[in-house]
Design a protein around this ligand. Structure first.
Ligand code: PRP
Length: 437
């Protein structure tokens, strides 16, 4: 039994491992929706661990966590540690756009909303010899061409620049209107401020007609970078320490000025693979380049071959993540494949990867994912997909998912977090616990 420690919101596994009962707290809501938190026991001088996962009602959960941390801090807790099995907002740490310039916030897709309508297609398809160049791969300069066309200027015989596009005068621009009805701009002419006709064009500024402002395709809207804010909120609320698992972007730890322990889920995934007979003949596959390091770590540790699926993201519409070509690098024919990723949210990535692997001759495809968020119709998508099995951990509650998906297998991370809590409490090394080799 560990003394002088309080665990709020901890699962039965965590509390059993530590040999303590879960601490009492009362969470409720006012009619207006505000969160109310009441800590049911004294935390004075105690080492407090508050367990809260960043899935489900993410914003409510985050608010509850912040209020809990603050309540413990003001109730004289000696130290407060936020234990976040899945770190909220971790995909929005510092890069608010994906590689195509589209905001990370995903628009709901209409076409994939019902069971049986999923295609798992990579559009445009993976290029094959003899196939025509895909539309997606040619549009890299298309938007630039369009913009150039729109603002293309031509010089008249006198060297004065005029816009070709039709002029629409807005109220704002009217205030800048010159006496002769034009709009002032930079002198693009080669004949100097006065032009060749000798007339003075308003102190050297030649009237040009600007096209009206319209957001162009590929225009990047401003999207908040929530990473620093979340880190600051936790620290301001009074957290002294954070424990989490498989941060989507490990550099996120640098956003904090308190210690962050990022535990590895891959340790459990590796153990799972090791128990499968003849696993040495299988292939470890990363479904995107971002997760290659994670997947190769497992492949290297087990001496297994590795393959990579590369997402070529040049969509035809800026918010269309479906339009990414997926290309396989590596040999998977007649082999079992283990797809490794940190999280599955819509499960688009793993289901499309599974289809590609089967198309390339894979015998069997098992996805091993640390955070099975599985929002929206992700479960239906998995059920209808080429995936033979999906193994996730319970960093996100899986009871409901498990009932709806027979392909799902859940690994328990309770012991891992309990041991991390015990070590932090006693000031023991955490990295030793997760030494890989
Ligand atoms: O289930 P899904 O909705 O398809 O999301 C899962 C994918 O999203 C994350 O990567 P992300 O696409 O954010 O990009 P990155 O790996 O390049 O950072 C994650 O690593 C998965 O690959």
């Amino acid at each position: 039994m560990v003394r002088n420690i309080v665990v709020l919101g901890g699962s039965k596994q965590i509390c059993d491992h530590l040999g303590i009962p879960p601490a009492k707290r009362l969470l409720s809501k006012f009619a207006v929706g505000e969160t109310r938190v009441e800590i049911g026991e004294s935390v004075r001088g105690k080492d407090v661990f508050i367990v809260q996962s960043g899935a489900g009602k993410v914003n409510d959960n985050l608010m509850e966590l912040l209020i809990c941390i603050s309540a413990c801090r003001t109730a004289s807790a000696k130290r407060v540690t936020a234990v976040l099995p899945l770190f909220p907002y971790s995909r929005q740490s510092d890069v608010p756009y994906n590689k195509t310039g589209a905001p990370l916030v995903k628009a709901p897709t209409q076409t994939h909303s019902r069971q049986g309508t999923f295609t798992f297609e990579s559009v445009p398809q993976t290029p094959h010899p003899g196939q025509q160049a895909s539309v997606g791969l040619t549009n890299g300069t298309a938007s630039l061409d369009k913009q150039l066309e729109r603002i293309k200027l031509t010089q008249d015989r006198n060297g004065t620049a005029h816009a070709i596009s039709p002029i629409k005068r807005s109220n704002t621009l009217d205030s800048q209107k010159s006496e002769n009805g034009g709009y002032f701009g930079t002198n693009f002419g080669t004949n100097g401020a006065n032009g060749t006709d000798g007339s003075n064009h308003n102190n050297g500024r030649v009237p040009i007609k600007l096209p009206p402002f319209e957001p162009q395709p590929g225009y990047k809207q401003w999207v908040a970078q929530a990473g620093t804010l979340i880190a600051d909120l936790l620290t301001c609320a009074g957290a002294d320490h954070v424990i989490t698992m498989d941060l989507h972007d490990p550099q996120y730890q640098g956003f904090f000025d308190i210690p962050v322990d990022n535990l590895y889920g891959r340790h459990m995934l590796r153990k799972y693979i090791q128990l499968i007979p003849n696993h040495q003949h299988a292939v470890i596959v990363s479904p995107d380049a971002g997760g290659a390091k994670r997947a190769t770590a497992i492949a290297d540790a087990l001496g297994m071959p590795f393959a990579l699926i590369h997402k070529e993201r040049r969509p035809t519409q800026i918010n269309d993540r479906q339009n990414a070509t997926m290309m396989l690098v590596g040999e998977v024919r007649d082999r079992q494949c283990f797809l490794i990723d940190d999280l599955a949210d819509t499960s688009n990535t793993i289901t499309r990867a599974a289809k590609l692997l089967k198309k390339e001759g894979a015998r069997n495809v098992v996805a091993l994912i640390t955070h099975g968020i599985l929002s929206g119709d992700a479960i239906e998508r998995i059920n209808a997909s080429a995936l033979d099995k999906v193994v996730v951990t319970n960093t996100v509650p899986q009871e409901d998912h498990k009932k709806r998906c027979s392909k799902l297998e859940v690994l328990d991370v309770g012991k891992v977090f309990a041991e991390a809590i015990r070590r932090v409490h006693h000031g023991e090394s955490i990295s030793v616990l997760f030494d890989y080799n």
